[in-house]
Design a protein around this ligand. Structure first.
Ligand SMILES: Cc1ncc(COP(=O)(O)O)c(C=O)c1O
Length: 390
């Protein structure tokens, strides 16, 4: 029997999957680019949405999000993250991307500084810049273990307001340990900084690694933490644009809701997206478990193939469904490797350019493996063939 994760309808994706993927690229290219699954989202989500749609009411929702969504997320934190969150301190957002931006807007004034990792997803640098802040990079190279955050305190000035944690870390796939989070959290306490903890990838953790939220480390750390999350990665709901920001302190919450512009209706999360996300959290744990098993197999396949290519090495990610491959041994730049894979091999990957992940990403390419075994096998065979002949 065909597994649900082999069920990829490319003809639909070619019409709907944008953001560097099927619909945005020529027909003969396999896009292992933006991290967005090729397989279908859970059936329970479709059923809940169908029911919601059939009522034919699309009234305004509450500025902070519908109660069902806020409660589902609070239950999720209690049941899966050892974290008591007050539903009244959760704000539904139109995406994790907006959650990052609005947290930066809430806590950074013009000229203020935020620590961000290097490499890390471009959204951090982008959001800090957009609100007039300055991003200061702290290097966490691929393969780093037992980080002591040495040198981090040297980067903190009287303008520093925010530490941006991405856990698990896109693109390297690192999952931070409780010991590492304790050190980072204590530094934030010492210098009175807010911690923006982006946990959008926190469901996608491979055996034997375990996810810990920095907010679960201690009361003092929790009070200064803002958790940003979303549903694009775990459940493939990117097009519904839904995410959330969770705070644990009333003053932090009021700055967030003010920065959000939700009360004016200029911004806000659409109600259908919140229904979808709440259904996913409440009813799709089995689906998610099976998807992680599939992704772990795809990770092994992808990493194994990458390591068999001369000049390429790849450490298996602990979390996130992306492989961050070191291509320095080819003697080519990230852009050159991505270009040759695309033009000759007909596979699109993300080059480790500064604009995507920061300066430390040069010498790497990033590949998403959230697809079927059939598509990934074909893509890896094309990449291997191309790389072995350059
Ligand atoms: C670390 C991280 N944060 C946020 C996002 C954006 O998620 P959303 O689709 O909810 O905006 C991504 C997407 O790749 C991501 O990797």
């Amino acid at each position: 029997m065909k597994s649900q994760f082999s069920d990829v309808d490319i003809s639909i994706l070619k019409q709907r999957a944008y953001n560097l993927r099927w619909a945005a690229l020529p027909a003969d290219i396999i896009p292992l680019t933006a991290a967005d699954p090729d397989y279908r989202s859970p059936e329970a989500v479709a059923d809940a949405l169908t029911k919601y749609v059939q009522d034919r009411y699309w009234s305004y929702g509450p500025a902070e999000g519908i109660p069902q969504f806020r409660e589902s997320l609070a239950n999720f934190y209690a049941n899966n993250r050892n974290l008591i969150a007050d539903p009244n301190q959760i704000i539904a957002t139109d995406s994790a991307a907006y959650g990052i931006y609005m947290t930066c807007k809430a806590f950074l004034r013009k000229g203020d500084e935020a620590i961000i990792f290097d490499p890390v997803d471009f959204l951090f640098q982008y959001s800090v810049n957009e609100v007039g802040g300055k991003a200061i990079r702290y290097s966490i190279p691929a393969g780093s273990d037992d980080i002591t955050f040495a040198g981090l305190e040297d980067l903190i000035t009287d303008k520093t307001r925010l530490i941006c944690l991405c856990n698990p870390l896109n693109p390297t796939g690192k999952v931070f340990t409780p010991a590492e989070l304790t050190i980072l959290g204590n530094i934030a306490c010492k210098y009175d900084l807010i911690i923006l903890s982006d946990e959008i990838w926190s469901d996608i953790i491979f055996t034997p690694f375990k996810f810990t939220s920095i907010a679960a480390i201690s009361e003092a750390i929790r009070a200064r933490t803002v958790i940003v999350t979303g549903f694009s990665k775990s459940y493939g709901l990117a097009g519904l644009r839904v995410g959330a920001v969770t705070s644990f302190d009333p003053d932090v919450y009021s700055r967030l809701i003010q920065a959000s512009l939700h009360n004016s209706t200029v911004h806000g999360a659409n109600t259908a997206g919140q229904i979808a996300a709440a259904t996913a959290m409440d009813h799709c744990a089995d689906w998610l478990k099976k998807s992680i098993e599939h992704l772990q197999n795809m990770r092994d396949l992808c990493v194994h193939e990458l390591n068999s290519i001369p000049g390429v090495t790849c450490i298996a990610p602990e979390g996130c469904y992306v492989a961050f491959a070191n291509i320095k041994g080819t003697g080519l730049s990230s852009t050159e490797v991505a270009d040759v894979i695309r033009t000759k091999g007909k596979v699109a990957v993300v080059p480790g350019r500064e604009e995507w992940f920061g300066p430390a990403a040069e010498g790497y390419i990033r590949l998403s493996f959230a697809t079927s075994e059939e598509i990934l096998t074909e893509a890896m065979s094309r990449i291997k063939k191309t790389m072995c002949t350059i």
